[in-house]
Design a protein. Structure first.
Length: 316
């Protein structure tokens, strides 16, 4: 498998357009050693030797999706005709704006597949009619509801004559639905479908993707432990990060993100016997790990973590 990080920041990107925090200001004026990042977007391809071109699966549909696709030539169309994209499907792990707004950037009559929980599909179809524009393609975009994974074992033979296919699993992470959803719909949506992680398996390798980790349950741990590559929520360094920077009156946990550090944080909870590479993604512009000269950056690197950046690639 090939995994490409098209975007690695949290909502708003880095630097955020209206933020003058030390990180954003420092990046703009060159006093902070870091790099710009667009909003989190991941592309995964099953790329066997016989394939002349890879077909890609996207995790998230970020608000930066169009520019991210243009910046990655391998995701471009196969020929000079319309509707020949190398993108086959898009997986939505939540209904957050920075997870799905990019769907409007791929509305140009391209018939791809969208995978999400049934609840997320209801949010977009019942209360956000603008997404009906995806139905203009002939054939129209197809939407599939993901069942939750019940086991880790799998076995499926691949036909080399077919387009490479992943085995995918959705893992419930708990969490809450975004504030823009009406109270009427919110009361009937199952909480276990609000935020999910995704596991993709192909040719004996597994990638586990959890851009948002509320930390409400421990189901994610067995998947992280047994995966070859883990891309996981690195939004905030500290639980009180937004309080300390004056950006919010809520903690990281209160807005659905397990912090990296501190008691019960990601570094403390992460399985000690995990076999694969572990990469922090969806990094907020206030997070001190973005500063490559900071003590926090050194702490995560010394603990064996990698920090995602736009253009980062993995081959499994």
């Amino acid at each position: 498998m090939r995994v490409r990080v098209l975007g690695s920041a949290a909502g708003g990107g880095f630097p955020q357009w209206n933020c003058g925090c030390p990180n954003c200001s420092g990046l703009r004026n060159g006093t902070v050693k870091s790099r710009p990042r667009t909003q989190t977007q991941i592309a995964i391809a099953a790329d066997p030797d016989y394939a002349l071109r890879a077909y890609w699966t996207l995790v998230n549909a970020s608000p930066d999706l169009r520019s991210q696709i243009v910046a990655a030539p391998e995701l471009g169309p196969f020929s000079n005709t319309r509707s020949s994209s190398a993108i086959l499907d898009i997986y939505l792990p939540s209904a957050d704006v920075d997870s799905l707004m990019g769907l409007l950037h791929v509305r140009e009559f391209q018939a791809f597949k969208v995978f999400s929980t049934h609840a997320i599909r209801r949010i977009l179809s019942e209360e956000n009619s603008i997404f009906q524009v995806l139905g203009r393609a002939k054939p129209p975009v197809q939407w599939f509801s993901l069942p939750f994974a019940s086991h880790l074992d799998w076995e499926k033979k691949h036909d080399p004559k077919e387009v490479p296919k992943f085995i995918s699993h959705a893992v419930s992470l708990g969490g809450e639905y975004p504030d823009y959803i009406s109270k009427k719909l919110r009361t009937v949506l199952p909480p276990e479908e609000a935020v999910i992680a995704l596991a993709f398996e192909y040719a004996g390798k597994r990638v586990f993707v959890a851009p948002t980790l509320p930390g409400r349950n421990t189901e994610w741990k067995k998947w992280a432990e047994s995966s070859d590559l883990v891309l996981i929520d690195g939004t905030f360094w500290a639980d009180d990060e937004l309080l300390q920077t004056g950006r919010s009156q809520k903690t990281a946990r209160q807005i659905g993100h397990l912090p990296i550090s501190g008691a019960g944080g990601l570094m403390e909870q992460y399985p000690k016997n995990a076999r694969g590479r572990k990469v922090l993604i969806h990094i907020n512009n206030t997070n001190p790990i973005l500063n490559e000269d900071s003590a926090e950056h050194r702490a995560v690197r010394e603990a064996g973590w990698e920090i995602a950046y736009d253009g980062m690639e993995f081959n499994l």
